[in-house]
Design a protein around this ligand. Structure first.
Ligand code: IVH
Length: 668
C-alpha cells in the first residue's frame, strides 16, 4: 500500500472508531458489536505499524477508551488525600481516645466505626452536577486522572442532584470476592498471570488503558468522605454518609455510631468474627470522630488526621506443608531462602510460597523440608514461615542444610563471620547481573520504562546488554530487538525515548542505580547534592566522605572501595562517553504534605543565611513571608529572635528552632 492510500484509510478508520467510542462510552449505546470494533482497531494498528510516521497522538490506538491519553494525566488534589494512623490492639484504641479527650478537654465522644475496605482510594469531583474527574490517590498530593475508567463503574452516577457547584467525595474502589475469583479463573484459562488479591486486581483494572476491560470487570465502590464539610446542613460523619447516599452514591451500610471506645471495641470483635462472610475484603476497622466541629481542634499530623484511626486486623496464621526450600540470588549476590508450600488460604489469598529469609532463620527454627509449618501473612507483607510444627512425622525428616553453591552460577557461596547472610561473590553471575540491570532501570533509579526483567533477560541472553552502560547503546540493535518476541517497532521507539530522557537525570539516580552496597536512594541524593558530580565523588577519600552529615563510615568505606575497582572506574567512563549526565541537577525537591502551603516566617541568626532556609522551605512547598501575622503557621527562630519572636508568642504561632526544622525535613 502506498502512503497516500494508507493516509486515507487511517482517516476513515479513525473517524469510524471515534464515532463508535462515543456511542459506547458516552451514550452506552453501541451501533456495532465488539468483533467489528476490534477488527477496525486491528486494521488501524497494523497500518500504523507499517507507517509509523502517520501515527497521531489523537489516534484511537493512543487513547483510553478514546477519551484519555494513553498515559494517565496527573491531577492535583484540592486537599491532600491523607492516610490513617494504625491501631493494633485495644490499648492503642484507648490511647487514641485519651489523646482526643485531652486535646478537646472533654470526657466523652461519639465515634463512628466502619469497615476498612481493602480497595484503592478514589476522589470523585462533580462539577455543575456532572462527574468531572475521578482521581486516584497517587502520592497523596497528585493523583492520576482515571475518569474514563471510573465512568465504566455502574454504581457511580455520572450526574448527581446538588446545589453546590463543586462536590468532592472520596472513597474506595474495590472488587467483590466473587468477581476476583472469576477474573483469576479467566486469567488462568488464558495463561495469564493471576492477581494476588482483590486490591491488586482492582488497581490493575483501574489503570487499564482499555476502558472496555474495566466495564467487563464489575468494579464497585463505597464512598465515605464528603469534602464539602463547611456546608451548614451536615455536622457529623453520620449525616455526611446519609447525604452521600442521597446523592445516589454507594455507601457501606455496616457502619455504626458508637457512644464510647468500649462500644467501638465490641464492633471490632463482631467484624473480626464475620469478616470472612462479607462479600468483599476488609483489612480493618476505621474509627472516626463523629462530630465535624472537632476535626480542626484535634488536628492532623503530617500524613494523617488525628481524629481518626485504622484498627488493623492481626495477621492470620495458618499451617501447611513445606514442600521445598530453595535459595534465590539478589542483585547484591545475597541469598534469600524461600519456601514452596502446599497452597493455603490466608487473609483472603492463596499462599504458595513464603520467605524464610536466611540460613540462620531456618536453622534456628529447625525448619525441615516436608514438615508442617505455621505461616503468617498480614496485609501487603510477604507471607513468612514462623515455625515448624513438631508432629509425629517431624523427627523422621532430615535436618536442613544451607546451600553451598550459587543456584545460578554454581560458584561457592561466601559468608562473612558475624554476618547472617550468604553471598554469591561472582561478579559474572548472570542472576546478579540481570537483577542489577533491573534495579538500574527501576523507577527510583534511572526510571527507564519498558525494560522489564523478561526483556532484560533476553537482551542479556543475546549479549546485547552485558552491563548497565550497554543499555544506552541498544538503539544500534533495533532490528534484532524488534524481532524478539513481543517487541513492536512502536514499543522500541518508546523505549529509546525513555532511555534518551534518562540520560539527563540528575545523577543521584545514576549513583543509586549502580547498586553500590549501603548507598540507598537518600544517601545517593545527599552525596550528589554535596559533591555536585559523580566525577568529584570518585576523587574523595574516606576521611572526607565520612564527615558529611548523614553519611556514616560504613557508606564511606563502601563507596571508596567501589570506586577503587578498576572495572567500576571503566564503567563510569563508558557511561559518561555514552552521553549520560554525571552531575547534580536541581530537580525540585519533592513537596511534602508537612510543608505544602504552610506559611513560615524566619527570624534571628541561623547557622546559614536566611536565603538558604527560604530556598529550602520553598522547595518543599512552603511559603515564606516577611512579617508575622496570625496566618503564619511557623516561626523559624534563631538566636536573638527580636520583635517577631515576641509577636509570634502573642499570636500563638508555633515557634521552631533550626533543629526542629531538620527533624521535620526528616519526617516528611
Ligand atoms: S477514611 C482522612 N474510611 O484506608 C481520612 N478510609 O489507611 C481518609 N479506607 O487511604 C480515610 N476504608 O483508602 C477511610 N471506611 C474508610 C476506609 C478507608 C478504606 C482506606 C483509604 C485510606 C486508607 C488509610
Amino acid at each position: 500500500m502506498k502512503i497516500n492510500e494508507a493516509k486515507l484509510k487511517i482517516t476513515e478508520l479513525t473517524e469510524k472508531l471515534n464515532q463508535w467510542n462515543l456511542e459506547y462510552y458516552e451514550d452506552d449505546n453501541p451501533s456495532v458489536d465488539d468483533v467489528e470494533y476490534d477488527l477496525a482497531l486491528k486494521e488501524l494498528k497494523s497500518l500504523e505499524t507499517q507507517f509509523p510516521e502517520l501515527i497521531s497522538s489523537e489516534s484511537p490506538t493512543q487513547k483510553v477508551g478514546g477519551f484519555i491519553a494513553s498515559k494517565f494525566e496527573k491531577y492535583e488534589h484540592s486537599q491532600p488525600m491523607l492516610s490513617l494512623g494504625n491501631a493494633f490492639n485495644k490499648e492503642d484504641l484507648i490511647e487514641f481516645d485519651q489523646q482526643i479527650l485531652k486535646v478537646t478537654n472533654s470526657d466523652k465522644h461519639n465515634y463512628f466505626a466502619e469497615l476498612k475496605i481493602d480497595g484503592l482510594s478514589i476522589s470523585l469531583i462533580y462539577k455543575n452536577k456532572k462527574l468531572f474527574k475521578a482521581v486516584t490517590r497517587g502520592d497523596g498530593l497528585v493523583g492520576e486522572d482515571v475518569t474514563a475508567n471510573v465512568k465504566m463503574i455502574k454504581e457511580i452516577p455520572h450526574e448527581i442532584e446538588t446545589d453546590e457547584e463543586i462536590v468532592e467525595v472520596r472513597g474506595e474502589i474495590y472488587l467483590s470476592k466473587d468477581e476476583f475469583a472469576k477474573i483469576n479463573q479467566k486469567r488462568l484459562a488464558a495463561n495469564e498471570p493471576i492477581f494476588a488479591n482483590p486490591r491488586n486486581a482492582a488497581a490493575g483494572t483501574l489503570r487499564q488503558l482499555d476502558s472496555r476491560v474495566v466495564k467487563e470487570r464489575n468494579l464497585k465502590a463505597f464512598l465515605y468522605f464528603y469534602m464539602n464539610r463547611e456546608s451548614d446542613s451536615i455536622k457529623t460523619h453520620e449525616e455526611s454518609l446519609e447525604l452521600i447516599k442521597r446523592l445516589g452514591l454507594p455507601t457501606n451500610n455496616e457502619g455504626k455510631l458508637c457512644q464510647s471506645i468500649e462500644e467501638v471495641w465490641n464492633y471490632i470483635e463482631k467484624y473480626t468474627q464475620i469478616r470472612n462472610d462479607l462479600p468483599y475484603e476488609i483489612d480493618g476497622i476505621v474509627i472516626k470522630i463523629n462530630n465535624f466541629e472537632l476535626y480542626e481542634k484535634i488536628g492532623y499530623t503530617s500524613k494523617t488526621p488525628k481524629w481518626a484511626i485504622a484498627f488493623k486486623f492481626p495477621a492470620e496464621i495458618k499451617s501447611t506443608k513445606l514442600i521445598d526450600i530453595f535459595p534465590t540470588i539478589g542483585r547484591t549476590g545475597r541469598v534469600t531462602y524461600n519456601a514452596q508450600l502446599e497452597p493455603v488460604q490466608i487473609a483472603g489469598t492463596t499462599v504458595r510460597a513464603a520467605t524464610l529469609h536466611n540460613a540462620d532463620f531456618i536453622i534456628s527454627r529447625d525448619i525441615r523440608i516436608g514438615s508442617m509449618v505455621k505461616i503468617k501473612k498480614a496485609g501487603d507483607i510477604i507471607p513468612e514461615v514462623i515455625s515448624s510444627i513438631n508432629d509425629n512425622e517431624f523427627e523422621k525428616l532430615a535436618i536442613w542444610k544451607p546451600a553451598t553453591n550459587c543456584p545460578d552460577c554454581e560458584s561457592f557461596l561466601e559468608k562473612t563471620p558475624g554476618e547472617v547472610d550468604q553471598y554469591c561473590i561472582n561478579n559474572n553471575c548472570p542472576k546478579k547481573i540481570i537483577k542489577s540491570l533491573e534495579h538500574f532501570v527501576s523507577r527510583d533509579a534511572m526510571n527507564i520504562e519498558g525494560l522489564s526483567i523478561k526483556i532484560l533477560e533476553k537482551l542479556y541472553g543475546e549479549k546485547i546488554i552485558n552491563d548497565v552502560a550497554d543499555i544506552f547503546k541498544i538503539e544500534k540493535f533495533e532490528k534484532q530487538i524488534v524481532e524478539l518476541e513481543n517487541f513492536g517497532e512502536k514499543s522500541f521507539k518508546n523505549l529509546i525515548t525513555a532511555i534518551q530522557k534518562s540520560k539527563n537525570n540528575s545523577s543521584e539516580r545514576l549513583l543509586f542505580g549502580l547498586g553500590i552496597r549501603h548507598v540507598g536512594k537518600k544517601t545517593a541524593k545527599v552525596l550528589i547534592k554535596n559533591y555536585k558530580s559523580i566525577v568529584n565523588l570518585m576523587k574523595i577519600d574516606f576521611q572526607e566522605l565520612s564527615q558529611i552529615y548523614d553519611i556514616g563510615v560504613v557508606v564511606a568505606q563502601s563507596l571508596v572501595d567501589w570506586f577503587l575497582v578498576e572495572e567500576n572506574k571503566k564503567l563510569i567512563e563508558k557511561i559518561k562517553n555514552l552521553g549520560v549526565n554525571l552531575d547534580y541537577k536541581n530537580e525540585a525537591e519533592s513537596v511534602s504534605e508537612l510543608f505544602l502551603n504552610q506559611i513560615f516566617v524566619i527570624t534571628g541568626t541561623l547557622s546559614k543565611s536566611r536565603n538558604h532556609f527560604r530556598d529550602l522551605l520553598e522547595n518543599n512547598g512552603a511559603k515564606v513571608t516577611e512579617s508575622i501575622s496570625k496566618n503564619a503557621n511557623y516561626l523559624l527562630a534563631g538566636e536573638d529572635g527580636g520583635s517577631k519572636l515576641a509577636k509570634a508568642k502573642n499570636l500563638g504561632v508555633k515557634i521552631i528552632s533550626e533543629k526542629d526544622l531538620i527533624n521535620m525535613m526528616e519526617e516528611k
